[in-house]
Write a protein of this length. Structure first.
Length: 276
């Protein structure tokens, strides 16, 4: 008997390699996954200007990043959408990324349509392609519900985002560029139990994030990445070790050996982030 619904995820035709540059933009869920990549020594940027929840704000962030010639182009961009709700500055009619604690009466809240979401995401992908014609974009919808909208309204917002991403992925010009990764479905279907949620009963628990990480790895990681992570694990654990007596000869010898292993590891896996 099956006691849970398994989400079938097709294996990707392209793979993430150890030295790839990765960009994570979007909701706090993108931050959670991005930090997991950073722990494994990937070269990552995670929400450089802060959390971005809606497609237009994500597009604004991509414009800023791609316009900065000092920034090397990303190989893989991970976009997580949280909501289709936006805030419009009444004075200019502009959708803002952050209200910066200004009075609420200065703004009008509204909801983006499916087509407006698609257009914002299309512009973001086109900007990324201009910087790197070989970029891959992974779209996800955050599984975190918005209690302040009401749960029905939150589901409508997620549905709008899901429809928009599906429409974008089906555009012929993005067939080999944009993928959808079902993080939303993994949490809402496979992990539909409160033990997989944090104490607020809205955010995924660490265990849930780790499960999503494992599913993402199986879908997108090159074999070299698994090898790199296996070799990095004992070094990471050694570097995190906190001795009772750091001045002891045994600990000094242990750290000298660890540093030798680290140097050999960094020499083998050129292009990854060096531990600070």
């Amino acid at each position: 008997m099956e006691f849970r619904t398994i989400v079938d995820i097709p294996v990707s035709s392209w793979k993430i390699k150890p030295a790839h540059r990765l960009l994570f933009v979007g909701s706090c869920f993108a931050g959670n996954i991005g930090r997991r990549f950073a722990e494994e020594r990937f070269r990552v940027q995670v929400n450089p200007s802060g959390v971005m929840y809606n497609p237009v704000s994500v597009q604004h962030e991509i414009v800023r990043l791609t316009a900065d010639e000092a920034q090397p182009p990303s190989d893989v961009v991970f976009i997580t959408l949280g909501t289709n709700h936006v805030y419009v500055l009444n004075e200019t009619g502009e959708i803002v990324d952050n209200c910066n604690k200004r009075p609420q009466h200065l703004f009008t809240e509204r909801e983006l349509t499916v087509d407006e979401c698609v257009e914002a995401l299309r512009l973001a992908v086109d900007d990324l392609l201009q910087r790197n014609a070989c970029v891959h974009v992974v779209m996800t919808v955050s599984p975190i519900r918005y209690r302040k909208y009401g749960y029905h309204e939150s589901q409508l917002s997620k549905a709008t985002l899901l429809l928009a991403v599906d429409k974008l992925c089906k555009l012929p010009i993005y067939k080999k560029v944009v993928d959808y990764f079902p993080a939303y479905e993994l949490v809402c279907d496979e992990l539909r139990d409160y033990r997989f949620y944090d104490t607020d009963m809205l955010h995924p628990s660490e265990q849930a994030v780790e499960y999503i990480w494992e599913q993402f790895a199986e879908t997108y990681f090159h074999a070299d990445v698994f090898t790199m992570m296996r070799e990095w694990k004992p070094i990471k654990e050694a570097l995190q070790h906190r001795p009772f007596n750091p001045e002891s000869e045994d600990y000094q010898a242990f750290m000298a050996l660890t540093k030798e292993k680290l140097q050999a590891f960094m020499k083998k896996w050129k292009g990854i982030n060096s531990p600070t």
